[in-house]
Design a protein around this ligand. Sequence first.
Ligand SMILES: C[S@@+](CC[C@H](N)C(=O)[O-])C[C@H]1O[C@@H](n2cnc3c(N)ncnc32)[C@H](O)[C@@H]1O
Length: 463
Amino acid sequence: GSTMTEFWKEHSRQATVEEMMLDSHAQELTLHELPEILSLLPSLSGQRVLELGAGIGRYTSHLLTQASHVTAVDFMESFVEKNRQDNSHHGNASFLQADVTKLDFPKNSFDIIFSNWLLMYLSDEELTSLTERMLGWLCPGGYLFFRESCNYQSGDCKRTFNPTHYRSSAHYSHLMTTTLREESEGAEKQVFGFDIVLNKTVQTYIKMKNNQNQVCWLLEKVGRDTACQEGFRTFQQFLDNQQYTRKGILRYEKMFGAGYVSTGGHSTTKEFVNLLNLKPGMKVGLFYFYASIVLNMFYMSFNVHFEVADATKREFPEASFDVVYSRDTILHIDDKLAMFKRFHSWLKPGGQVLITDYCCGEKPWTPPFQEYVKQRGYILYTPPQYGKFLQQAGFSNVRAEDRTTQFMQVIQTELERAGAMEDEFIKEFSEEDYLAIVNGWRDKLKRCKSGDQRWGLFHATRN
Ligand SMILES: C[S@@+](CC[C@H](N)C(=O)[O-])C[C@H]1O[C@@H](n2cnc3c(N)ncnc32)[C@H](O)[C@@H]1O
């Protein structure tokens, strides 16, 4: 609204980088954050890019060098003019002075929309309306990148008034993934929404300002099959609401041991991590659901950075990691071979992959097992089949072990521990929760005994 226009009029008089970033260290911050932010974008080569809230063009000048065309939009005349002066010589850009709350473009006009510090200057209503329009401007499979100051003001510039919306990062994630757009192609109607490919904290601000509140997102425009996933909008929402609810996670943690939500807790983790012979300075990629809870044992090392990302979509450069480690997670992923090929490319030569996962026996399965797999939505294979996938993905020294016996021992131990703390468990949760979890554990044993459920350990290296 008009207060935002007033705010930016007050901060666009000189059109300097300090004024625009509302920070006296703007130059130094830019030096570090530009390469970081640009590294998170999908390939720009040949892409039509829309940049919203482009300011004086800190980012425009870089986007231009790779994209086929950039449309840079800002509502402050002095900023747009500075951007035009500095960058119009590239010849593949349009500079537009416009308010994004009133902007429109034809359907499928862009492959990538980029915005750095814009959405926090919009109200919830303006943001929802812009999100709907952006879903239309992007082609299917197109990306939206945005970065915002969350929770508090980050810049050190004094402001006579500050109408900025410092939302929580959960608020952004929720708002952006629940906004939908219906498009019709003749008689066909299709619903589109955004899936989160990546959501992480800007490392430059952690390092230079000890500030955790700079957060960015990469979203992908995808078709939403509303019939699928039992009415949940995204696969992530399905998991959040079914298996990994807050209470569900706390109950799991009680069974597996504090800090763990997968089989065997500390004991199996110690055994498997030992297999890797980790050395200081190695880079390990960990793939978990709910990593922040699983990984709290590593918090104190200060050498971990967390991302919420879709492992099937996140792009890492070739040879980024020494180790890829994943525990009881791949069961949720459809195309194992494609996933393992990606792991392979992310590993340095000599790098290792270590996976444990829920597996299955040869078909036919008993009806209760069929029902269980269907209800959970798991995609299961036998341990030898996992080994074959790893080989096909290019891995060497593939070790694929059926560890069902160990799995059953672990469950037995966890059941005994649960029995010993029955009163405590019931006090913390309820009798119903206790029975649900203990019966769940007993069912796991039954499924193992019938030969249907298996647990596998997989270890392999990249040559
Ligand atoms: C903090 S600056 C960031 C500029 C640039 N993205 C960067 O990171 O260098 C925020 C920019 O958003 C622009 N802006 C805020 N609200 C806007 C709106 N409704 N329409 C267009 N631009 C807007 C401001 O004019 C300002 O240039």
